[in-house]
Design a binder for this molecule. Structure first.
Ligand code: AMP
Ligand code: ZN
Length: 155
């Protein structure tokens, strides 16, 4: 993949990628950058971003999604080694309604410790069995359709 990325001059993460504003970089490869979150939820909180400006995950080309996942694994291991955390959350807020404040795809690596008070449980509902069948069929058909109609690059 060429190193020419879509970029948005108003985007804070694009400015970080361009070196226009500083960051505490912990990892970089051709398409992905990782740096310390400026407002950490815990010590060692890192953001992993594609260098290109894509607002949400579905817009990111599949090979770059894969590269992000590989970097999340590697940096997550490094963060765990350095912080000694017992585990970590991988979080991607996808869309404003899901809590995304910076409209440039990013993955949070958040080190966790017993009793850290961060929490993670949401209020789970109960799966309605009739509705589950309808949903399963509809989503499975939509996923098949996407696989048929979409180039692997865009999946
Ligand atoms: P989200 O709510 O998922 O969009 O998270 C955005 C994250 O970006 C927050 O955790 C912020 O602390 C972080 N953030 C915003 N600006 C910067 C910056 N200049 N450097 C590092 N992290 C930042
Ligand atoms: Zn951007």
């Amino acid at each position: 993949m060429s190193n020419v990325y879509p970029s948005n001059p108003d985007c804070i993460f694009c400015k970080i990628v361009a070196g226009e504003i500083p960051c505490h970089k912990v990892y970089e490869c051709s398409n992905v950058l990782a740096f310390l979150d400026i407002g950490p939820l815990s010590e060692g909180h890192v953001l992993v971003i594609p260098k290109g400006h894509w607002e949400t995950l579905e817009a990111v080309p599949a090979p770059i999604v894969a590269e992000c996942a590989i970097v999340c694994k590697r940096v997550g291991r490094a963060v765990a080694k350095v912080t000694g955390c017992a585990g970590w959350n991988l979080l991607q807020n996808n869309g404003a309604v899901a809590g995304q404040e910076v409209p440039h795809v990013h993955f949070h690596i958040i080190p966790r410790a017993e009793g850290d008070g961060l929490g993670y449980r949401w209020n789970a509902g109960a799966l309605d069995q009739d509705r589950a069948g309808q949903l399963r069929d509809a989503i499975a058909a939509a996923a098949d359709e996407l696989a048929d109609q979409t180039a692997p690059q865009e999946l």
